[in-house]
Design a protein around this ligand. Structure first.
Ligand SMILES: NC(=O)C1=CN([C@@H]2O[C@H](COP(=O)(O)OP(=O)(O)OC[C@H]3O[C@@H](n4cnc5c(N)ncnc54)[C@H](OP(=O)(O)O)[C@@H]3O)[C@@H](O)[C@H]2O)C=CC1
Ligand SMILES: O=C(O)[C@@H]1CCC=N1
Length: 252
């Protein structure tokens, strides 16, 4: 069984480890032994746990799952040269990772929160020698797509990495709208969840514009509601959200 060494024991590390645990041996490296114990407990199986100070990554397959701001501090505590470093850090370039970590190869991965339910949309880019291995690793937490450049993964970060938060805003505000009109909160929540479930399947095979055309009856309810969304500039706000998030990824 191949070993994957997680550096960082937070939410993303746990979600990815959940997906990998059946087919890979898991090691986890962190700064707090109590949090390492909690990681092992949540994962529900024995993992090799180590503290960061002087940890040796020689020839290891490393899954870096700390925050972008931690790169310098964390890399300074490691020894040895990794075989491959997979990084899930938003907006952290391969150049910066190579300048800080001693590793033969780097692949950047951008999963999303749905990793925790095995349905992440994960984008990947980096050393093409590891294209296949990275797709195999990350397909254990959902769907993968290899991209040709770091610019593209920064844009994909804005779309799919941050996307769950944007859709949550839509979900919450539509629910609030229904409550405002008199629907009970728990009914509104259940209906919103059913809506997203069905929509998630529909959108796999239908272009969004055609889906809208299929719902909108002449002079009907959808046309009335849709016009309010256009008046509220929701389309432009979405385009701007991607631009702002992409620019932030470049800045990180
Ligand atoms: N959350 C999301 O939806 C997504 C997140 N990402 C990326 O995943 C990465 C991790 O995010 P997430 O798991 O959500 O965050 P968490 O806050 O859950 O985990 C962060 C991890 O970094 C460790 N850490 C923080 N500061 C330091 C430090 N100074 N030295 C050593 N370790 C440190 C934490 O250690 P400790 O437990 O001891 O505090 C923890 O293990 C980020 O880089 C983010 O860009 C990518 C895609 C989606
Ligand atoms: O907000 C962030 O920076 C991270 C990256 C994508 C999702 N969460």
């Amino acid at each position: 069984m191949k070993t994957i060494t997680f550096i960082g024991n937070g939410n993303m590390a746990l979600s990815i480890a959940e997906g990998l645990k059946e087919n890979y041996k898991i090691e986890v490296v962190g700064r707090d032994s109590k949090k390492l114990d909690a990681f092992e407990q949540k994962l529900g199986l024995h993992v090799e746990k180590s503290l960061l100070d002087n940890y040796n990554i020689e020839q290891k397959t490393v899954m870096l799952c700390v925050k972008p701001a931690n790169v310098e501090e964390v890399s300074a505590k490691l020894q040895g040269k990794a075989e491959i470093l997979y990084s899930v850090l938003a907006g952290t370039s391969i150049e910066k990772l190579k300048n800080n970590f001693n590793t033969s190869a780097v692949v950047r991965a951008m999963p999303n929160l749905a990793a925790s339910v095995g349905k992440s949309m994960t984008t990947l880019t980096g050393d093409t020698a590891y294209k296949e291995e990275s797709q195999t690793l990350f397909s254990s937490i959902g769907t993968t797509r290899w991209l040709g450049s770091e610019k593209e993964i920064d844009i994909a970060t804005a779309l799919a990495g941050s996307g769950p938060a944007y859709l949550a805003l839509i979900a919450e505000s539509l629910t609030d709208g229904a409550v405002k009109q008199g629907l009970k909160r728990d009914d509104a929540m259940a209906i919103m969840r059913g809506l997203f479930d069905g929509f998630g399947t529909l959108i796999q095979d239908i272009h969004p514009a055609l889906l809208k055309d299929g719902v909108m009856s002449p002079g009907g309810t959808t046309a009335a509601g849709y016009a309010a969304l256009e008046q509220g500039n929701v389309r432009n706000a979405c385009i701007e959200a991607i631009e702002k998030a992409y620019k932030k990824a470049v800045e990180l």
